[in-house]
Design a protein around this ligand. Structure first.
Ligand SMILES: CC(C)(COP(=O)(O)OP(=O)(O)OC[C@H]1O[C@@H](n2cnc3c(N)ncnc32)[C@H](O)[C@@H]1OP(=O)(O)O)[C@@H](O)C(=O)NCCC(=O)NCCS
Length: 329
């Protein structure tokens, strides 16, 4: 078997759309309060895409930033993979739209559907292509316009989510000498398909006047059950990613920004403190596939990640799906 090519993260990018929705804005829509939302979730505000923006528009901004940081011309890309549950269209893919907008004329393009695990699934896929010698430059993204699928009369779900995009450019580590991907893992348990789901719009419940009237195209969730699953899964994934490494090597954990209390409970379960955990849910809410790459980019910008230290990404979401990645920055 040919030896595996070590893969590095050469650049990152993030884009939060312009419309700021505060908790007070939601007080005008549903029976809720800023206090309840902050205490139960840690969210203070989130961003929504403007009326003329869709997921590929958010991707374009994050991708350009990541390509500039990596000093990669779009024509050098071999592959583009977008993790999203809210593509512009059901057909064709968001990645194909992005490929055209970037002028990435030599790149293949496809989306992956793994909900909040979308970015880590795209990263795992891109890493595998390069490791196997099938590609040299891969652009991976997690991006969502969740605001288009929120029931603004359902207080148990509408306050949780926001829109955004995050990107990373992958290449052989010996070329970029940064962000070596040491471990990746993906998992799923489709038995939990109805923990978080959108019933309508697919082949099971095709769009119709009746399905729209029932609100089948909105995101529904069983929040309490997700909460329980999430705490254990997040703690297990962080533990699994760090196994065999000395705790002093850990620089930062960048978890899926699902709920401040879920993150704190998982970290508490590990017996760790929050100092090495990055949280920005207060500003963006849960942007599903976009949380990890947006948070990672922001952590880098803030100088929170020291060269040579380990960075852990963990995420889970609808499916159920989950993933983890260990990187040496
Ligand atoms: C949704 C979530 C914030 C709810 O927090 P919680 O502490 O579990 O709260 P509960 O669901 O137990 O609800 C407590 C009460 O608050 C009420 N409530 C729910 N949403 C509310 C809101 N936005 N404002 C005010 N009250 C609200 C509930 O109706 C309930 O009232 P009741 O006790 O009279 O029935 C939390 O469970 C969570 O974050 N779950 C995971 C979310 C998820 O699935 N994200 C996507 C997957 S990645």
């Amino acid at each position: 078997m040919a030896s595996r090519v070590a893969v590095g993260i050469a650049g990152t990018g993030s884009f939060a759309p312009p419309v700021v929705m505060t908790n007070h804005d939601f007080e005008k829509l549903v029976d809720t309060s800023d206090e309840w939302i902050v205490q139960r979730t840690g969210i203070r505000e989130r961003r929504f895409a403007a009326a003329d923006q869709a997921t590929s528009d958010l991707c374009l901004q994050a991708a350009r930033q990541a390509l500039a940081m990596a000093k990669v011309d779009p024509k050098e890309l071999d592959l583009i993979v977008v993790g999203t549950l809210t593509p512009d269209y059901l057909l064709p893919s968001c990645s194909a739209l992005l490929q055209a907008r970037l002028g990435a004329v030599n790149a293949g393009a496809f989306d992956v559907s793994a909900a909040c695990t979308g970015f880590l699934t795209a990263l795992h896929t891109g890493e595998s292509f390069i490791a196997a010698g099938r590609a040299k430059r891969v652009l991976v993204l997690g991006a969502e316009c969740l605001s288009r699928f929120l029931d603004m009369q359902d207080r148990t779900s509408c306050i949780l989510f926001g829109d955004g995009a995050g990107a990373a450019v992958l290449m052989p580590h010996e070329e970029c000498k940064s962000g070596e991907i040491l471990r990746t893992t993906l998992g799923a348990d489709g038995q939990g398909f109805d923990f978080i789901h959108m019933r309508g719009g697919g082949s099971k419940v095709p769009p119709s006047a009746e399905s729209v009237a029932r609100g089948d195209h909105f995101i529904r969730l069983r929040g309490r059950e997700v909460f329980r699953f999430a705490v254990t899964k997040m703690a297990d994934l962080i533990g699994e990613m760090c196994e065999g490494y000395d705790p002093s090597e850990l620089g930062l954990v960048v978890p899926h920004q699902v709920n401040q209390r879920i993150i704190e409970a998982a970290v508490d379960r590990l017996g760790w403190s929050m100092d090495k955990v990055f949280v920005n849910i207060d500003k963006y809410g849960n942007t599903s596939a976009a949380t990890v790459p947006m948070a990672f980019h922001e952590a880098l910008e803030q100088g929170r990640i020291e060269k040579g230290k380990l960075v852990v990404f963990v995420a889970f979401g609808a499916g159920l799906t989950w993933g983890g990645t260990l990187v040496r920055w």
